[in-house]
Design a protein around this ligand. Structure first.
Ligand code: OAA
Ligand code: MG
Length: 218
């Protein structure tokens, strides 16, 4: 996908919501929403971008997260880092230094199946959105190691391939497979438009059942 096309898609997704995108994916039989435990942990700001993935696995060897560092250094501006890790809630796969590097590269955010640390520093100095399973002080070193990047990972119970679009807002995170991104965006925008009309009629005092029956959806 070329860059102006991608930019248009990303801007489009920023104009919709995870709720509408989740509904649009449901209609295609695709589960896009991550576990409710993956929440905004630093700043509460909507993010959308292509996924740059990192996979971490348990390891008692005391190794720095070299594959994660490589992934951050090589990610294109606007991308969102997605880290897949099993049972990672008690380990911080992201922190202040990774945030400093990601922000300097123009990355849009990070989505972690594990924990984040240095949260006070990130909130104070970086204004960088991190969606994570937990906030926890423990390092990965001696517990987990990043073994590869730019591979399919599972994050928050959802498969994420490099290049998929990830959208995060106050409701959580949704993953949109690249192959259906355009159609899902159009459908989500039309769900939003219909809901805006419904909300308007409800605010004007029409009975909820009447509005529901007219639009045949909630
Ligand atoms: O050590 C780590 O893996 C994460 C961390 O604290 C940082 O990026 O500052
Ligand atoms: Mg740190």
């Amino acid at each position: 996908m070329n860059s102006p096309q991608l930019q248009r898609l990303v801007t489009g997704f920023l104009n919709t919501t995870t709720a509408s995108v989740s509904d649009a994916l449901d209609r295609r039989g695709i589960r896009g929403f991550m576990s409710h435990e993956i929440k905004p942990r630093t700043v509460s700001r909507k993010i959308a971008g292509i996924a740059v993935t990192i996979r971490e696995v348990p390891s008692t060897e005391r190794q720095p997260p070299l594959r994660a560092i490589e992934a951050i250094d090589s990610a294109p501006a606007g991308a969102v880092i997605v880290i897949g890790v099993d049972n990672g809630a008690d380990v911080a796969v992201w922190g202040g230094l990774m945030t400093a590097a990601a922000l300097a590269r123009g990355l849009a955010g990070a989505i972690l199946d594990g924990g984040v640390r240095d949260v006070a520093e990130i909130r104070r100095d970086y204004d960088f959105p991190v969606y994570a399973r937990s906030i926890v002080p423990s390092t990965t070193v001696g517990r987990y190691v990043a073994i590869e990047h730019d591979v399919v990972v599972v994050c928050g119970g959802v498969r994420v391939a490099p290049g998929d679009i990830v959208l995060g807002d106050d409701d959580g995170v949704v993953v949109v497979p690249a192959a259906v991104a355009e159609g899902v965006l159009q459908e989500a925008l039309s769900i939003d438009a219909r809901e805006a009309q419904m909300a308007q009629e409800l605010r004007e005092g029409r009975r909820f059942m009447e509005v529901f029956e007219k639009y045949a959806r909630i």
